[in-house]
Design a protein around this ligand. Structure first.
Ligand code: UD1
Length: 424
């Protein structure tokens, strides 16, 4: 298993180009199943989760070709409606094929994804929404199965205990796009990735209105047409490099972003005196010796994203004063804290809060990545730590960040990927 070795303390300078959004491209690849034809996707991030979704599409009989950052998908010869456990267990987002397979074929068999390190992550809302549309869903031997679904438009309230669900909103929106008649999803998630999937489905002939608000209206269609579509930039990747910049850069220009998608982070950075400069699609950031601490409460979009809280916690270890980070969406998202403690951070956790005292001098150490965003946080900590940090289990980061070591070393970081067998 590869590791990263990072020598901390380098001053970063230059430009980083943001890739397409992982959380958009995965459901969009799944939504391509709705059409019996070809889809061309541009600005696709070459991350491991995209390869896993490619394998799922190929397993069911689609053809998927990667050409640089473009994907060509042909769904004419799909001959299976099953997503097996071996593939689904690699990536929870595999369940996105449920909505599109039921939408196009009226049947699907998709392994239940199971929990993951950040929490239980149930799929009850996905099932509730699909059942409301008329899907005959049974749970059998760890699989969600549908045999003879005839989807009919209806009104669905999708909000759950932890607020709206991005995944359930998208899955139900995909199925409703192929249902007979009009559907209204209320309590829908408003994340930019939901809008991107709706725009994609509309680009192949769908009729979805209101994506990005809590109420989405969908006029079901029986046929779709071929399309070419470009994926929006990844706001979490951009946010991660913005934090790298305010921690360690003389000047770092983050290019190809949609700044409005990063509003909650940019507002917080302004509040603590780190003043990012926004110019069209670019964001310029630089480090400052002293900056204030602040509190963060994670909330669904447009609130502060749960996918940015670990990276922001690293920033708070360098801020002056106490800060509290409250996680409200996932129950177990402080797995990175013990690793930061090993690097010298002063953090206590209690329930869903992390209490951070800053500033602390971080020191390089051997640490282990537990999940995708925790890995990103450890890289950020290593960039400002004294000495050498070795991060193991970096396959987590490869799931969602395109060529992170290349992007960071291009702007002056000392980061190299090693295979333990080749390690000195
Ligand atoms: C997506 C993102 C993930 C992000 C999360 C929250 C993708 C591929 N992943 O995950 O990066 O951290 O949104 O912004 O887009 N819930 C239920 N029942 C359900 C579904 C969800 O109770 O059927 C709960 C979840 O456990 C969680 C909350 O609802 O507490 C929100 O989860 P959800 O928005 O569904 O997250 P994902 O779509 O899995």
């Amino acid at each position: 298993m590869d590791k990263f070795i990072i020598d901390g303390g380098n001053i970063l300078e230059g430009e980083i180009n943001i890739s397409g959004a992982k959380n958009s491209v995965l459901p969009i690849m799944a939504a391509s199943i709705l059409n019996n034809g070809t889809t061309v996707l541009r600005n696709v991030p070459l991350v491991h989760d995209v390869i896993t979704m490619k394998q799922i599409l190929e397993y069911i009989g689609a053809k998927v070709e990667i050409d640089g950052n473009t994907l060509n998908i042909n769904t004419e010869n799909i001959n299976k409606t099953e997503a097996p456990y071996e593939l689904v267990k690699k990536m929870r987002s595999s369940y996105y094929v449920l909505g599109s397979l039921i939408g196009r074929f009226g049947k699907a068999s998709v392994s239940l994804p199971g929990g993951c390190v950040i929490g239980a992550r149930p799929v009850d809302l996905h099932i509730k929404g699909l059942k409301a549309l008329g899907a005959d869903i049974e749970l059998e031997h760890g699989y969600i199965k549908s045999r003879f679904s005839k989807l009919k438009g209806t009104k669905i309230f999708l909000e759950g205990m932890h607020g709206p669900s991005v995944g359930a909103t998208i899955n139900v929106m995909m199925a409703a796009s192929a249902a007979n008649g009009e559907s209204v999803i209320s309590g829908a998630a408003c994340e930019p990735e939901v809008i991107d999937v709706a725009n994609f489905i509309n680009s192949m002939g769908g009729d979805i209105k209101g994506a990005g608000t809590h109420t989405i209206k969908i006029n079901g269609k029986t046929t779709f047409h071929d399309t070419e579509y470009s994926i929006i930039p990844d706001r979490i990747e951009a946010g991660t490099y913005i934090i790298a910049g305010v921690l360690a850069a003389k000047e770092l220009l983050i290019k190809n972003t949609i700044p409005s998608h990063l509003e909650s982070l940019l507002v917080k950075l302004n509040e603590i005196g780190l003043n990012p400069i926004v110019d069209h699609n670019n964001i310029l950031v630089k480090r400052k010796e002293n900056f204030k601490s602040t509190n963060i409460k994670v909330l669904p979009y447009p609130g502060f994203p749960t996918d940015m809280q670990a990276q922001f916690a690293v920033l708070m270890t360098q801020a002056e004063g106490k800060s509290i980070i409250s996680e409200t969406i996932f129950e177990n998202r402080f797995m990175y804290v013990p690793e930061l403690l090993r690097m010298g951070a002063d953090i206590q956790t209690e329930d869903n809060n992390a209490f951070i005292n800053g500033p602390t001098v971080l020191e390089g150490a051997e640490v282990m990545a537990s999940d995708l965003r925790a890995s990103a946080a450890l890289i950020l900590a290593a960039l400002v730590a004294k000495g050498k940090t070795t991060i193991s289990r970096i396959y987590h980061i490869d799931r969602g960040y395109e060529r992170i070591e290349k992007k960071l070393s291009n702007v002056g970081a000392s980061i190299k990927r090693v295979n333990p067998n080749q390690e000195e």
